[in-house]
Write a protein that binds this ligand. Sequence first.
Ligand SMILES: Cc1ncc(COP(=O)(O)O)c(C=O)c1O
Length: 402
Amino acid sequence: MQRAITVHPAGCKVTPTYINCNELSRFTRPARAVPRCRRGQPSIVAAQSSDFIREHLKELAAYTPIEPFEVLSQKLGRAPEDIIKLDANENPYGPPPEVMAALGAMQFSNIYPDAECRRLREALASFAGVGMEHILVGCGADELIDLIMRCVLEPGDCIINCPPTFGMYAFDAAVNNARVVDVPRLEGFAVDVPGIIAAAAEHSPKMIFLTSPNNPDGCMLSEEDLLKVLEIPGALVVLDEAYIEFSGLESHCSWVAERENLVVLRTFSKLAGLAGLRVGYGAFPLGLIEYLWRAKQPYNVSVAAETAACAALTNLPYLTVQPHCVCPLPSKLVICHLRVDEGPPARSKDEGPPARPKEEGSPAWPKDEGPPARPKDEGPPARPKDEGPLGGRGIRDAWGSN
Ligand SMILES: Cc1ncc(COP(=O)(O)O)c(C=O)c1O
């Protein structure tokens, strides 16, 4: 892995992990020839619409989003139920059944949603262990990454990014005309804390992005390292915990009450299987959240999204057990271990969680050990095709490097 720290100047073309550069041509066009004037006619040259675009955006490479089932289905000529997507870390089991019931009974879709998302923030306060005054909900954690940058960064400010990691930090920095200083992860994908400290001394970053567990490798950040990064003066640390429930470790949401320079992001996309409804949230220090409230789009979380997220939080057993069925492990590889033979049990509230001895703790296997060995030829037990959360679409283990 290359160890050099790289700096992308503000507004430069940033090509994060997921951007397909071929897409760029769709968004940046060659300049059109200026039409010649006929003799005697006034030389009025109409502005091209692209002239209105802010300079730093003219070279921006578009984010290449993943494709949904319908599009893939058409492209591959296969039924959606025959496709198993592993490209966006979506939850194949979907949300708890309470979600669909609540969406079916949803009222007031003709009325704008609660701009303050009070019902959901109240539920999140006890789920995340931090006062609701510290919580802001967004149209996915993605929206919050952009919102924080819009509130914090001046054009030309710098952020520290630790690749390989989630592509949106670099992408949003480019949109917000910020410089990106890359401090690559060490071998084994650990964050290079001395590298961050050195880069901070040189570039005075306004923000530092840390992801734990990291996408794509699942590597965790130790508390010791987090504390060291939090000591860097003048930098707001954004700790992205989109996958924290899969680690078996505690979230750091409650830390924001004590630390003025820490933000913690989480999402319903992964744990609750709500990627399509777009609900993420963040825990923020009070001095910062006040300005995010002022700058956010008033109705950024739809009635359907809030309804679904609230319903998901009514089935904590489902949310607690699910991470054991889809478990990325901290290692050099992304390992998606899907237990088709089990799936998430206890699907209804009154049924309660599946029998599982309390003292077993979580996760189901020690982090450094990996999933329990299964004889290669055993495979999942035979089950009827229409059974189980994957409907018999038998995925077992998917492995991929970054
Ligand atoms: C680390 C990380 N953070 C945030 C997100 C996006 O979350 P959301 O769907 O809430 O926008 C992802 C999505 O893959 C991710 O991997």
